[in-house]
Design a protein around this ligand. Structure first.
Ligand SMILES: Nc1nc2c(ncn2[C@@H]2O[C@H](COP(=O)(O)OP(=O)(O)O)[C@@H](O)[C@H]2O)c(=O)[nH]1
Ligand SMILES: [Mg+2]
Length: 245
């Protein structure tokens, strides 16, 4: 028996405060070992893309969609500018609101201070604890530039890259050869002009190489939820489960 035994007991009894405490220990590198790291059932989705692409908004829309389907969901924001406070995930420009009384959803932001690749060093272990807690889905939001996208890749079973119309984002990703690191490319803000053209351009660019032919491109408007069921469907077409870190 370790000194952490009572904490693990509370964790196993589904005590969210025990989960929060363990995630703090994970962040400080003093967490006990995970009791059952073989849990592979959880769907783990990464959302990456430039600041302002709408990642936090899409997280909110996905949480809404998943809760309606009765799925439980945990969100890890590796965004130093997305601290969780009083029932809201504070983004740089938006607040993802959620019902603090809803036990089926859990938000947590991890400090990225000193971490390489835009995700916290604790993200992998935090993900494993959330999976062990029994969440059906884990969403990981990262602040994406090229390195970040690669760093989050092994932590998720599905990586979603967000681009927006007329920002030239997608050209940058394409040039850097990073677009095929994603499984799905979301052209978010598809309420804005040019969204269909950007999707078509991406689709034809991706069709050129065998590695990128599998990458799907979807139009989504995160702010209204348009295209979110289709996005979730496309995620569901992929195998779930990741190797515990
Ligand atoms: N027009 C439009 N604006 C959006 C959409 N999704 C997000 N936004 C806006 O884009 C801005 C940045 O969104 P946010 O989710 O914070 O982006 P993040 O930095 O990638 O997390 C906010 O002002 C959102 O309201 C969308 O589908 N359409
Ligand atoms: Mg954000």
């Amino acid at each position: 028996m370790t000194s952490h035994a009572p904490l693990i007991e509370r964790f196993n009894a589904h005590d969210r405060r025990a989960l929060a405490k363990i995630l703090s220990l994970v962040e400080s590198g003093t967490a006990p070992p995970l009791p059952n790291p073989e849990n592979q059932r959880t769907r783990v989705v990464g959302l990456t893309g430039s600041g302002g692409a709408g990642k936090s908004t899409l997280v909110g829309a996905l949480v809404d969609h998943l809760r309606r389907q009765g799925l439980t969901v945990a969100v890890l924001a590796s965004d130093p500018q997305s601290p969780v406070t009083g029932g809201a995930l504070l983004g740089d420009r938006i607040r993802v609101r959620f019902d603090p009384a809803d036990e089926g959803v859990y938000f947590r932001s991890l400090s990225t201070r000193g971490a390489a690749g835009g995700i916290s060093a604790a993200t992998g272990a935090a993900r494993d604890w959330l999976a062990a807690f029994g969440f059906d889905v884990i969403l990981i939001e990262t602040v994406g530039v090229g390195q970040d996208q690669i760093a989050v890749r092994p932590l998720v079973d599905t990586l979603v890259l967000l681009v927006t119309p007329n920002t030239g984002d997608e050209v940058q990703w394409e040039k850097a050869g990073l677009i095929e690191v994603a499984d799905l490319v979301v052209v978010n803000k598809s309420d804005l002009p040019g969204a269909d053209r950007v999707r078509q351009q991406l689709q034809s660019a991706l069709s050129l190489s065998p590695q990128s032919q599998r990458v799907k491109v979807l139009n989504v408007t995160a702010s209204t939820g348009q295209g979110v069921p289709e996005l979730w469907q496309a995620i569901g077409d992929r195998p779930a489960g990741v190797v515990p870190s």
